[in-house]
Design a protein around this ligand. Structure first.
Ligand code: GLY
Length: 420
């Protein structure tokens, strides 16, 4: 099968790396790392012939790329603009969740500053304020005190902080608990679940600093009940697909459930309509089934096969540029990738990279994802960090605590088991 993958990040690199095991792959627009493993094109996906189209990022989905391809008779893994609104509008998402009876935080939607301020003054903190529109994952504010919340809501609704994306906001009740991500491959009616992962959104160790696209991830995660995946599929994903269908939306693509494991059970924080980045870099390397076949089944409206999963663990560390996420420095020479990729079980997925006169340089905020697959999460962590330490560019930054809490939790459980 010939597959076109749309996108140019580490997520698309991981998708292409899996697909090339069984299929001919063309990536548009790709990056230098992707160009090492498959054909890379600068043409629009509509201009390239293929048996299957896999759309990576949310923006082309919200813009209706899947609809345009389907209207040409093509098979597409990715929702149309109607389904992509789940990510494109937080207010729409919350309405769908409410109608579907899916567990989520209580909420209210505001477009004018006075009403939003009144709501905040009558609520208890912490206050969760989200832009309605797309904001590259940076539109969520969790304000611990009222003044901070009032400032944030004013900045958003006036258009100062996020332009039009913030001119409508969703204010939610605060929830707490560990956060995990689950990807469901949906065919419009039913879905197959991939293994649970967790990502690290803040820039610095200890979950401090700015929100980013994600600085690392691992899979599996040692939180949640043994039946977490079944529980989420039954009480969250399946009712969502039913509600979407009731609204005339046939959702064929990935539903990325961002979940909070609260004391009252798993609740949806948000849906994204594409694979998560960097979670994809740890989930896809664990899938041993032909990924192309799974995605084609979803795109064709018949998910028949449950993916088989490697029992090994995967952990990824994201290396970012100086200045990320506000103003990343670009054009800095990158070295050490070959040595790093020779560390046992390591794969390097490129994102913000470019070739300048044949030299690999930084070209974006998140530069590479260093993934290690190993028998235990602890080993995966050791190997990923060893490889990360071999990659150099001026101003390189990465967190040093990705997976630390999970490894400690697993060790603690083993200790308790030994003492029984
Ligand atoms: N891992 C966060 C995201 O993909 O939005």
């Amino acid at each position: 099968m010939r597959v076109v993958v749309v996108g140019k990040g580490a997520r698309e690199h991981a998708i292409c790396a899996s697909l090339v095991n069984h299929h001919e792959v063309v990536c548009t627009t790709g990056n230098p790392g992707i160009a090492e493993i498959c054909q890379v094109e600068q043409r629009k996906p509509e201009e390239i012939d293929a048996d299957l189209y896999v759309i990576g990022p949310e923006v082309p989905l919200v813009d209706g790329l899947a609809d345009r391809l389907r209207s040409m008779g093509r098979k597409v893994f990715g929702p149309g603009a109607d389904g992509a609104k789940l990510e494109g509008s937080k207010a729409f998402l919350k309405e769908v969740l409410r109608s579907a009876g899916v567990p989520t935080a209580g909420f209210a939607v505001f477009s004018d500053i006075a009403s939003a301020e009144n709501h905040l003054r009558s609520a208890n903190g912490p206050y969760v304020i989200k832009t309605d529109g797309l904001a590259e994952g940076k539109g969520v504010k969790v304000a611990m005190d009222l003044d901070e919340a009032l400032f944030d809501v004013k900045q958003k609704l006036s258009g100062s902080s996020f332009g039009d994306a913030g001119r409508r906001v969703v204010i939610e009740d605060y929830m707490s608990g560990p956060e995990v991500s689950l990807f469901a491959l949906c065919d419009g009616e039913s879905a197959a679940a991939l293994p649970v992962a967790t990502d690290f959104k803040r820039l610095f160790d200890g979950d401090l600093g700015d929100n980013t696209g994600g600085m690392g991830a691992h899979s599996p995660v040692p939180w949640g009940d043994a039946d977490l995946v079944d529980q989420v599929m039954q009480s969250i994903v399946q009712p969502t697909l039913v509600e979407l269908k009731r609204r005339g939306i046939v959702y064929r693509g990935v539903l990325y459930a961002g979940l909070m494991l609260t004391e009252a059970g798993p609740k949806i924080v948000e849906y994204n309509v594409r694979f998560g980045d960097p979670e994809t870099q740890v989930v896809i390397p664990r899938i041993t089934t032909d990924l192309g076949s799974l995605l084609l089944q979803a795109a064709s409206g018949r998910v028949e096969e449950q993916p088989t999963i490697d029992s090994r663990a995967a952990l990824t560390v994201v290396l970012s540029s100086e200045g990320y996420p506000t103003a990343p420095k670009v054009g800095r020479e990158i070295s050490g990738l070959v040595d790093a990729s020779n560390v046992e079980g390591v794969r390097i997925f490129q994102a913000g990279t470019a070739l300048r006169d044949g030299v690999l340089v930084t070209a974006g905020g998140r530069v590479v994802s260093v993934t290690a697959l190993a028998d235990t999460l602890s080993e995966a962590r050791t190997n990923a960090y060893l490889a990360a330490s071999m990659i150099r560019f001026d101003g390189v930054h990465y967190r040093t605590d990705i997976g630390a809490a999970a490894v400690a939790r697993i060790a603690e459980r083993a200790e308790r088991g030994n003492n029984r």
